[in-house]
Design a protein around this ligand. Structure first.
Ligand SMILES: Cc1ncc(COP(=O)(O)O)c(C=O)c1O
Length: 491
């Protein structure tokens, strides 16, 4: 099944059950056994294909989201921190050991070859990475530049746009702080008018979100900035529909997408955003693609490249050449060389099955029975004894008066791994600190004008027991609150 079909069907139904089920067939595509050692792929040409550097489940093991026989083996690829459960994987992703080894080998090679590598092999290495990434996301290589991260990618666009006083830009009220600052600086520098769309935290429909943005568009709107997956809550906004609608209202609007958290997290390729009319997209490869830190991408539609000034001065590349945005000086090429390896790991899992697993982990710690039932039914695994046992092991936190989920749960296509919750009586920091000190679970407190709670982000290195442990921790905190709510006894 094509990823494209998967997400569209998910969007069309609350669950996309029929779309999800065939994914189970992919389990057999993993050819190696669990015993496959994590060897050090060197990247040098060999006559026989190199062994996969990844630890993979035995052939034929079902990749159903609840199956630890599969996902437990995948988790072994990651080195977990000692002494606590990490459920804050939103900052960046740790890399599978196979990717890390490849990265270290690549760095060792550069460190040995020194400037000979930089002067003779660097350009080819970058171009290979460009081709690999563009192919992975269905993009044209000449529309992809590498940066250090999303922040840099989007700053290239925001700072490089030829603003005129009076131009209008629309952003969202839950956009990432660095982008908001970049736009605020633009306002101060160019007298641009900043308009902030209030994105519903728990929307009832796509239409509500689309309206939040499109109702602000005027003939003066020069740029529309959309955060595909909001980092505060994990909400996925309908970027495709918003972009199409925005362009209908004002065809000159430049749509720029922050895809920091959606790349390689949702099954949607960046090409779908491009095809919908997005003019530029920025993302980080060290988040859900699990590439080493320090690699970002910037997509700019070919016809727009000429008009955007590079952040670092460049006159050697043609004005229409995307490479003009890569004038970064000496940089860690090993992080770019590793991209193909990170893609390999991602493909071994499959976008859709990875996404399903992440959603399942989220549902488990929240414990919502209705959502778990819908999900299990849709995947055809509801009656599996393990699925049932996990469901019985968790408390439905949404039934607890003191617990408030700040992330949309349904339809499932409205999010992924990330979810945020608040507990009455606790500030976000107190709650995160309590989860860590009392239960050894690391999360992050979010104290934002719109969202105040604890953000939880499971990853492939997490087990179902990690999420059950968090559910139990929340349950006990909710129960602990009860004495405070009881009437004071007579003396
Ligand atoms: C929505 C969003 N945009 C941008 C960024 C910035 O990413 P980076 O630090 O890789 O530049 C983040 C980081 O978490 C994010 O969540």
């Amino acid at each position: 099944m094509k990823r494209k079909n998967f997400i569209h069907t998910l969007g069309a139904t609350t669950l996309g059950a029929l779309a999800i089920r065939p994914i189970f067939g992919n389990a057999h595509s993993l050819g190696e056994s669990e015993e496959n050692p994590s060897n050090h792929a060197s990247g040098h040409a060999t006559t026989t294909p190199p062994k996969s550097p990844y630890i993979l489940p035995k052939t034929g093991t079902s990749n159903a989201p609840h199956n630890e026989a599969y996902w437990g083996v995948i988790a072994k690829n990651f080195k977990r921190p000692a002494g606590f459960i990490n459920l804050e994987n939103g900052y960046f992703s740790h890399q599978p050991q196979g990717t890390l080894s490849y990265h270290i080998d690549a760095e060792t090679t550069i460190n040995t070859q020194t400037s000979h590598f930089m002067r003779t092999a660097q350009t080819q290495a970058i171009e290979e990475a460009r081709n690999a990434f563009a192919g992975f996301q269905g993009l044209i290589p000449d529309e992809v530049a590498f940066t250090r991260n999303t922040t840099e990618s989007l700053n290239i666009i925001i700072m490089g746009t030829q603003w005129q006083p009076g131009d209008e830009v629309i952003i969202g009220d839950q956009d990432y702080g660095s982008m908001v600052e970049a736009f605020q600086q633009t306002v101060a520098r160019w007298m641009v008018r900043l308009k902030v769309a209030e994105v519903p935290v728990l929307p009832n429909s796509d239409a509500e979100i689309i309206r939040a943005y499109t109702s602000m568009i005027t003939p003066r709107t020069k740029m529309l900035h959309l955060t595909h997956m909001i980092n505060l809550t994990g909400q996925l906004i309908p970027v495709v529909a918003i972009t199409r609608e925005a362009k209908k209202i004002n065809p000159n609007i430049f749509v720029v997408v922050d895809a920091a958290h959606s790349l390689a997290h949702t099954p949607m390729d960046m090409s779908e955003l491009r095809n919908a009319g997005a003019d530029a997209i920025g993302g980080s490869l060290h988040k859900w693609l699990c590439n080493p830190i320090g690699a970002g991408f910037l997509f700019v539609k070919k016809q727009n490249i000429r008009e955007i000034w590079p952040l670092m001065g460049d006159i050697s590349a043609d004005r229409t050449d995307i490479r003009k945005f890569e004038h970064q000086g000496t940089r860690p090429i090993q992080s770019l060389q590793t991209i193909a390896k990170a893609i390999e790991f991602h493909r071994l899992l499959g976008s859709a099955s990875k996404y399903n697993r992440l959603i399942y982990l989220k549902l488990l710690w929240i414990g919502n029975k209705q959502a778990l039932e819908n999900f299990g039914k849709g995947m055809g695994i509801l009656n599996h004894p393990t699925y049932q046992a996990n469901m019985n092991a968790v408390t439905d936190l949404m039934n607890m008066d003191s617990f408030k989920l700040l992330s949309p749960l349904l339809p499932f296509s409205r999010g992924g791994a990330i979810a945020t919750a608040a507990l009455s009586g606790y500030t976000p920091t107190e709650l995160a600190n309590t989860l860590m000190s009392k239960f050894g679970i690391f999360t992050v407190g979010i104290d934002h004008p719109v969202i105040r709670g604890v953000r939880v982000t499971p990853h492939l290195s997490n087990s179902t027991s990690d999420c059950i442990a968090l559910n139990k921790a929340f349950t006990s905190l909710c129960v602990d609150l009860i004495p405070h709510l009881e009437p004071v006894k007579n003396k």
